[in-house]
Design a binder for this molecule. Sequence first.
Ligand code: MLT
Length: 406
Amino acid sequence: MTYNPHYLDLQRNYLFTEIASRTAEYTTQHPELRVIRLGIGDAVLPLPPVVIEAMHRAVDELSNQRTFRGYAPEVGYDFLRRAVVEHIYRPWGVEFTTDEVFISDGAGSDIGNILDILGGSLRVAVLDPVYPAYVDTNVMAGHAGQLQDGVWSNIIYLPCEASNGFCPQLPDQRPDVIYLCFPNNPTGTTLTRSQLKQWVDYALANDVLIIFDAAYEAFVRDEDVPHSIYEIPGARRVAIEISSLSKTAGFTGVRCGYTVVPSDIRTYTADGVEVSLRTLWSRRQCTKYNGTSYIAQRAAEAALTPLGHEQSMENIRYYQRNADALRAGLQQLGLHVYGGQNSPYLWVQVPDGYDSWSFFDYLLTHYGIVSTPGVGFGSAGEGYIRLSSFALYDDCQEALTRLRTL
Ligand code: MLT
């Protein structure tokens, strides 16, 4: 029997699995305690009404012989690819053809799957702290090298710390791929247009591919913060953007996302023959993916209509109010809090005497509050916890009330 040895190099549990298991263990021992979950960023509000109606209509269609549909196109139904082009990118002044947009079951899958088309050996650069899936999927693919003191030898880490305003420096060695996520998970901070332009210019000058995770774009409130990397001139030649409706429209359970692979991204074989990443991705999806469900795609189409957008934004504003309340309340307690302005996440420095995991444990066992330890996102996250504003407003208030004795 054989196996992929790189899986043995991974931490025993994925970060959010570890948190769920520690929380479950605690709640089993203390069934009387109502735990407030500010850990994983998971939607808690019901889906927008137009989305629900569209799903009911899609179920009715599937119930009728005349309108029944089987396999969806692997790359997505044209109606949804068109909706992404017209309702997501066009308002930002960005034009794509529908065949540059690929519908998926969410950003999480494509973040790992994209490695299939990028070659057998890769040097990747990630921000530190970083959403763990970028690193884990590179470990699984054998790109990460050896793990020493929490650091992978073949990964270039770009620290994002309070001292640099959580704005990473360009790498001093050239990677093949840079992962960027803005608004950032986990720090909740972001880049302005001119800051993001430096990354696009670097990628253009050095022939580097950027994988841009835009999952939190709906939370952008500031005018000078881009929603998409394609707002930056030249990005369509160097960037793949991966996004989803999970955080925008509460689709964490429904599952629908999209990945844009522009035709302008070209690379070359050793013999100088042009290769289109868009064509490779289409080929990959047609072989390995059987399509996102019709019901989910009709739901997503509804979420992208002007009414769906407005209803989704009502939910986003609700989470933003949570983020504002949590930030103000935590600052009143004397904590240093970052992020939350253009993001659902707050990045909170732990008080003296704690590290990330000991403060996580303290919050869970003394206050019944679930957080995410910053060090779980990388060594530069040590000394922080992340709080998610995907919660009920009353629970955020209750968390602040409990924390008064901190
Ligand atoms: C998070 O909490 O960082 C994310 O929501 C988890 C995910 O999207 O997989």
